[in-house]
Design a protein. Sequence first.
Length: 81
Amino acid sequence: MRLDLDNLPSKQARRRHLVRNMAAVVEHRDGEIERLKSIIRQLQRSQFGRGSEWVDPDQLALASSPAIILLPMAAVLSRRT
């Protein structure tokens, strides 16, 4: 909505109506901005939040393998002797 500032209505009732319409537009835009911010926060949580850090089950199996646990210990023990 474009407003011609040089040709504002001269009647007070018309100006009030114009201001009410402008306030409604601003309120609608503020609501839309908040809605979009909420969507962005949800997307950020799903992409970068705790839920995005998943571990492949194969990696868990590898980490619990005795070789993974014993090899570093063997290296430490061999340095001591």
